[in-house]
Design a protein around this ligand. Structure first.
Ligand SMILES: [Zn+2]
Length: 283
């Protein structure tokens, strides 16, 4: 059943979903780069003046076949946002453990990937409109339990909003406070570089990418370098699956990050968010 939903989700996303992290939000609508705040100029470790987080959604097969080996080759780490179907898959468990052992983060992407009812592929009873805060909290805690069950004891547990939707119920009640309470940060589909001084960590923006070149990906890194900000890249399939970026483009990005590691801090999403929380707390 879950596998079928996954396929339906894939199909819907390939055919340009109309809401959430759909085609509209992948459109490269430029937003002004934030101006770095001098007081936070030293927020990034060592000599770095920018941060980049690589995030990968939905627990798709290319996470294991393409992304994991590529990250390992370049000694880089990312964050994998897995849904309940992947977290409960016995086939996926050893792959998740390998990624964790490499230093990657596993984050929550809910149990059932709720999206707007208007999406034809959303099963009855599992639309965002069908949820209450109580049900969402219960399912988020269930996904946290599954992640911890993978021997993932990392202090940083982060979250990515399915379809970018931050509400539940017919009245569109925000569940951002829930995410803020349960996770170090939440990743949205808002397009832009995060300003370390101002970003609301439970609603951190990202760049959802699809069919882009290595140069396009590196340009998002340059945006962070120019502003002292934090670029969060949001991938789905790499070299396959759906909402695909080619393995070559992904490789070009990793090669750039690998060769600029003294100036650009590439770290998992939750790790960067945890550092910002620490800096903000004055510790
Ligand atoms: Zn997703």
């Amino acid at each position: 059943m879950m596998k079928r939903w996954g396929c339906m989700l894939s199909l819907a996303l390939v055919t340009a979903a109309v809401s959430g992290c759909g085609a509209a939000e992948f459109a490269p609508t430029p937003t002004p780069s934030p101006t770095p705040t001098p007081a936070l100029a030293t927020v990034w470790p060592a000599r770095g003046w920018a941060a980049v987080s690589l995030t990968y959604d939905d627990g798709v097969p290319t996470d294991f076949s393409v992304v994991g080996p590529a990250l390992r080759r370049h000694r880089l780490n990312g964050t994998f946002f897995a849904g309940g179907d992947s977290l409960t898959s016995l086939d996926h468990a050893p792959h998740w453990r390998d990624l964790i052992n490499d230093g990657n983060e596993i984050g929550s992407h809910t149990m059932h990937h709720p999206c707007e009812r208007a999406q034809s592929w959303v099963p009855p009873g599992f639309a965002s409109e069908d949820y209450t805060l109580e049900r969402m909290q219960q399912e988020l805690q269930e996904s946290i339990g599954l992640i911890r069950g993978l021997d993932y004891q990392g202090a940083t547990l982060s979250f990515a909003y399915p379809c970018g939707i931050r509400w539940v119920g017919e009245q569109h009640v925000s569940y951002v406070p829930l995410v803020d309470a349960l996770f170090v940060a939440g990743r949205t589909c808002e397009w832009g570089v995060a300003d370390p001084a101002a970003v609301s960590l439970a609603e951190t923006p990202s760049f959802g990418v699809q069919d882009v070149s290595g140069g396009d990906l590196i340009a998002h890194v340059h945006e962070a370098e120019a502003s002292g900000g934090w670029t969060v890249l949001q991938f789905h399939g790499v070299g396959g699956d759906y909402i695909t970026v080619s393995a070559e483009a992904h490789e070009a990005l990793l090669a750039y990050l690998d060769s600029h590691r003294t100036s650009v801090w590439t770290a998992p999403f939750g790790t960067v968010a945890a550092r910002l929380r620490t800096v903000r707390a004055g510790r």
